[in-house]
Design a binder for this molecule. Structure first.
Ligand code: SER
Length: 315
């Protein structure tokens, strides 16, 4: 199946997912869309403000879209600056995608959820799939609600919505925007630039993370799995690795011994402290064969190798 529409294709995941899907299905089968024109556009592209349902419907009809990846959202840290506005945008865009899909015969939807759905009620070690959800951020509240709407549309209308609770995603290809886990991307850029990194989390704040290559593969494997294998219709726990700022810094220091990190925790520390430290993703493993490939060491090696290449090309 192809004719995919990526909403939020200019974002951290969208940039890489678009390319991965185009490698599988061909350029013209994957439509990129974002709120604004993007640079270096190849293949089909449309400007879509996902708060505008008519505009989504227009593009869905134009390309006879069969599956939508709805990646547009305001993340955890940015969301706290405008709680009600964040709720409005995160929910309205989801409802638009669900309704347009239902009304226009879109067959499959991908909806990203997050470790931000978990709060103080969970066991922070190996947090189980079925934990009680009391999110601490408006972003987490919107994702917890969104997961349940995903399940509702599946049960009520048979819409094949699939979802992952992503940990923090780390990649060299693109930058995250406005999340609590963003530090773990930024730190590599500072290491390559030879600069000291000032971390907005405390040194021992362990969080679940995943390398981009694994995150993209999980997304594609989930979407390609036979329908009957998808037994969790809210959102699957997904794990890659877990580490603290101190641990990622020492993995970088194995390659750059002079690299330095300082700690200046801000409001994001409190958000991070409310999230799990590690995730039990045994349902994803059992239902559709999930298995991450990267750990902290192999990720650090790959990040540094690829960022060095990128920086040397830009010079
Ligand atoms: N990486 C996201 C954030 O920090 C979590 O989903 O907001």
């Amino acid at each position: 199946m192809a004719r995919s529409l990526i909403i939020g294709a200019g974002g951290q995941l969208g940039t890489v997912l678009t390319q991965a899907l185009r490698d599988i299905h061909g350029n013209d089968q994957v439509v990129r869309s974002d709120m604004r024109e993007l640079d270096n556009i190849t293949g089909p592209f449309e400007v879509i403000d996902a708060t505008d349902a008519d505009r989504i419907a227009e593009v869905v009809k134009k390309y006879e879209i069969e599956e939508i990846y709805h990646l547009a959202a305001i993340l955890s840290a940015n969301g706290e600056k405008n709680p009600l506005g964040t709720w409005d945008i995160n929910m309205k865009t989801l409802f638009n995608v669900l309704e347009v899909s239902r009304m226009n015969g879109v067959k499959k939807i991908f909806y990203p959820s997050s470790i931000a759905v978990f709060g103080s009620e969970v066991n922070q070690q190996n947090t189980p799939q079925s934990s009680f959800l009391n999110p601490s951020t408006v972003y987490g509240i919107s994702k917890a609600a969104g997961e349940n709407w995903a399940q509702y549309y599946f049960q009520r209308y048979g819409l094949d919505v699939r979802s992952l609770r992503y940990p923090g995603v780390i990649g060299y290809q693109s930058l995250p925007g406005g999340g609590t886990t963003d530090y773990a991307v930024d730190i590599y850029h500072k290491a390559i630039e030879g600069a000291t990194f000032s971390c907005f989390l405390e040194e021992n704040t362990t969080l679940p993370m995943i390398y981009m290559e694994d995150a993209i593969r999980a997304t594609i494997e989930l979407m390609q799995a036979p329908k009957e294998n998808i037994k969790t219709r809210t959102s699957y726990n997904l794990a890659g690795m877990s580490f603290s700022p101190k641990e990622i810094a020492s993995s970088i220091q194995k390659i750059y011994p002079d690299f330095e990190i300082t700690y200046e925790p801000d409001f994001r520390q409190q958000i991070a402290a409310s999230w799990p430290q590690s995730i039990d993703d045994s349902r994803a493993k059992g239902d559709w064969g999930w298995n991450p490939k990267f750990n902290l060491e192999s990720m650090t090696e790959d990040m540094i190798k690829n960022l060095k290449l990128k920086y040397s090309k830009a010079e």
